[in-house]
Design a protein around this ligand. Sequence first.
Ligand code: UD1
Ligand code: UDP
Length: 366
Amino acid sequence: MKKVMLVFGTRPEAIKMCPLVKELKSRPGEFETVVTVTGQHREMLDQVLRAFDVTPDYDLAIMKPGQTLFDVTCDVLLKLKGVLEDEKPDVVLVHGDTTTSFAAALACFYLRIPVGHVEAGLRTHDIYSPWPEEFNRQAVDIVSEYYFAPTEASKQNLLGEGKPAEKIWVTGNTGIDALRTTVRESFSSPELDWTHGSRLILITAHRRENLGEPMHQMFRAIRRVMEEHPDTKAIYPIHMNPLVRKAAHEELDGFDRLRIIDPLEVLDFHNFLAASYLVLTDSGGIQEEAPSLGKPVLVMRDVTERPEGVAAGTLKLVGTEEDVIYREFSRLLSDDEEYAAMSYASNPYGDGHASERIADVLVGCR
Ligand code: UD1
Ligand code: UDP
């Protein structure tokens, strides 16, 4: 029997780790599963835990309003120490590239506990973009013992850095496991009813490096384009970061075809995605989900660690400059051929069975 601890703390980690929690818990003869959340996010994390009906064994409850990278790193490191010493897991699984994941992996390294990295090997090779995520994911991979790469390209990134081939498994992304269970034909909601008869533009934005002027430019561009296209309506489920909220309200208030709403439950969000005409975002996870649903995404970033979605034709990088976003967004609304070319559904991030593969690997490891 293997004791596996999963450590996560933000919304996207929870969305991609809960399917794995479920898988491990469904195999009680093989695994003792311990769930530790850092609480780097609070409301947005709890929303996901409720949706998947996962109750953590430990909650470090670290979130503070306006928290800095120093706060998150130090609080996770110090508070996780005792939990790891008490539980002595055989392996700790962390996910992706958040500061929770980095600090948890570092804590395990200090205590010499093996780390399994779920969603390993994503790279932009620009340490400042996304910031601090590119550093976080590279640092986690330095101390990891098991690499669960979502795609062949992420495996190649790891091999290129000299990680041993026998420690890398291409599993698909567990986020696609979640998508399999959430999108429903029969889904309805008052906000979606409001958009009927219009093209639904779905918006999200939160990246640290985009806070301030880039975010203002993004919002100004979106508003300008939508004002010129009366057949569009936008829904923007806004991140809880007060800096994001301030910028969004400053630029978008008073425009009645764009609704800013609270973060959606993941089941709802996936269904909004399925109902959308196109997406504007700087999110990572949405870049993985949209190709499966054949939804064009204008990625408001200069670089992406998810080249598979660009190669599949669904994602287009448009940066954060107002004029470029204005031009590309206008074009996608007006050019049917461009739109059709970007609307082709494909599954570069997996077939929805990543969690099973990860569990199978864990059974066999020492
Ligand atoms: C974090 C991750 C980022 C990930 C994103 C997903 C780091 C450094 N950043 O960024 O990689 O893409 O989550 O959304 O790990 N807040 C709340 N309630 C919540 C969540 C956030 O009030 O449930 C507010 C708090 O004021 C908090 C602030 O948002 O201080 C920022 O949260 P934080 O986790 O530090 O940064 P994110 O931008 O969410
Ligand atoms: N998401 C959600 N509710 C929302 C917006 C997004 O559940 O209102 C989901 C989305 O489906 C994706 C994840 O949150 O799985 C992306 O999280 P986020 O953009 O916060 O972080 P990132 O992926 O950029 O790290």
